[in-house]
Design a protein around this ligand. Structure first.
Ligand SMILES: *[C@@H]1O[C@H](CO)[C@@H](O)[C@H](O)[C@H]1NC(C)=O
Ligand SMILES: *[C@@H]1O[C@H](CO)[C@@H](O)[C@H](O)[C@H]1NC(C)=O
Ligand SMILES: *[C@@H]1O[C@H](CO)[C@@H](O)[C@H](O)[C@H]1NC(C)=O
Ligand SMILES: *[C@@H]1O[C@H](CO)[C@@H](O)[C@H](O)[C@H]1NC(C)=O
Length: 358
């Protein structure tokens, strides 16, 4: 009997991970933005995520700038590692951030605007990109440590989470009229920019890094409805997803995995792991009922109908319908996922996150 009790206590203790990392630094786009975009001058307060029903499932139903009804993957990673939820960097750019900070900005691209425009691509969103976020980190770090050795020691128990990033580069290429073939040739640039950001944080002292790949972007209802007539779209698959955007995301992820492998060879003292958002999402849509989701609304968003070009029906607009129970939906607004879906994805990613954090 005593043994049984001990075993039960050990089992519940093992769910709480202590001593892995003390701080987390997140870089990326709207999938992990916890409030930076809505703090941007001028455009910030006009963004849908600044208004209800964003934040619908949070205490007080308060919009926080998260592009969901509730918590995001990075929030769940913080909970898993017993680190307080990260504040958005723009809420207090001077810090200090004893438990890390979140630099992700909704709409951020991996490539900067000069590179995008040299490719004939108009960026969809005029917001700070991945290089800007690395710049913010650099300037914050310089207030905390000075030499490389100092900074290494300052960051010795820090986890870096990079991504998801790149979907805004791809979507900008699609809306700029690029063909499927042109976008496939463009993908290595996007991946190289992401790998460069990883090399940048390694050069600053990062030792524990998790890198998230892309979701199946052809299965987001927004893409399925709004991009179906674009030069890059291609046919629908049996699930109703656009095949070419999924092939583009798959190729991007393959290159990213190859690049991560190369980094582990180049930097044997640094841990770099891959977070497979793509497979996690596919798992949810293939057997939705097993995860508590309604199989009839696998791609249908809980809020609005997901067509950005019609502002009235995108979530956050006055006429956008809201579902009864967000926990039964995978998609929140046709572009971002619900808290319930993000939680399941984060659970799927537990092992790689722990192996990066250890
Ligand atoms: C844009 O990125 C390229 C490639 O990393 C870099 O050479 C260039 O300096 C950047 N330009 C700006 C304006 O940041
Ligand atoms: C991306 O980086 C790899 C490895 O550094 C290099 O071989 C390749 O030419 C780069 N691709 C592009 C499109 O810049
Ligand atoms: C694109 O989606 C719209 C909205 O669902 C639909 O009416 C239209 O037929 C689709 N176009 C193609 C080429 O499938
Ligand atoms: C990884 O390294 C191999 C061998 O040098 C190279 O062929 C490949 O392009 C690299 N991958 C990336 C994504 O840079």
């Amino acid at each position: 009997m005593k043994f049984l009790v001990a075993a039960i206590i050990l089992c519940s203790l093992s769910l709480e991970v202590t001593g892995f990392v003390e701080s987390i630094y997140q870089f990326g786009d709207s999938l992990n933005d916890v409030g930076n975009a809505i703090l941007l001058p001028t455009i910030g307060p006009t963004l849908p995520a600044a208004r209800p029903p964003y934040g619908e499932s949070l205490p007080g139903k308060k919009p926080t700038g998260r592009w969901s009804d509730g918590l995001l993957i990075v929030d769940r990673i913080a909970e898993l590692l017993n680190v307080p939820l990260l504040p958005p960097y723009l809420s207090n750019p001077n810090g200090p951030f004893p438990n890390g900070v979140n630099f992700a900005v909704a709409g951020a691209a991996a490539l900067n605007f000069s590179v995008l425009s040299s490719q004939g691509i108009r960026p969809l969103f005029p917001v700070p990109g991945l290089q800007d976020q690395i710049g913010w980190f650099k300037s914050y770090l310089s207030t905390q440590c000075s030499t490389f050795t100092d900074c290494c020691s300052y960051l010795s128990s820090s986890l870096f989470v990079i991504g998801e990033i790149g979907v805004n580069d791809i979507n900008s290429a699609i809306t700029s009229g690029k063909t499927y073939q042109e976008i496939m040739e463009f993908v290595p640039l996007v991946v190289n920019a992401t790998l460069q950001a990883i090399r940048d944080v390694i050069a600053l002292g990062a030792r524990k890094i998790a890198v998230a790949g892309n979701l199946p972007i052809g299965c987001q209802q927004f893409t399925m409805l709004d991009y179906n007539n674009s030069a890059a779209a291609g046919p629908y698959d049996a699930d109703g997803c656009l095949q070419n955007p999924n092939k583009i995301a798959t190729y991007l992820n393959q290159l990213l995995v190859s690049g991560i492998f190369n980094l582990t060879v180049d930097f044997p003292g640094v841990k770099v792991v891959y977070l497979n958002y793509y497979d996690a999402f596919q798992g949810l849509v293939q057997i939705p009922a097993a995860f508590g989701f309604d199989p009839k609304t696998v791609f249908q968003p809980c809020c609005g109908n997901g067509v950005l070009s019609d502002a009235d029906v995108f979530c956050g607009g006055a006429e956008a319908a809201l579902c009864g129970d967000p926990d039964e939906f995978i998609s929140w607004d046709g572009y971002h996922l619900t808290q319930a879906a993000y939680s399941k994805i984060a659970e799927y990613l537990t092992l790689p996150v722990l192996s990066a954090a250890l």
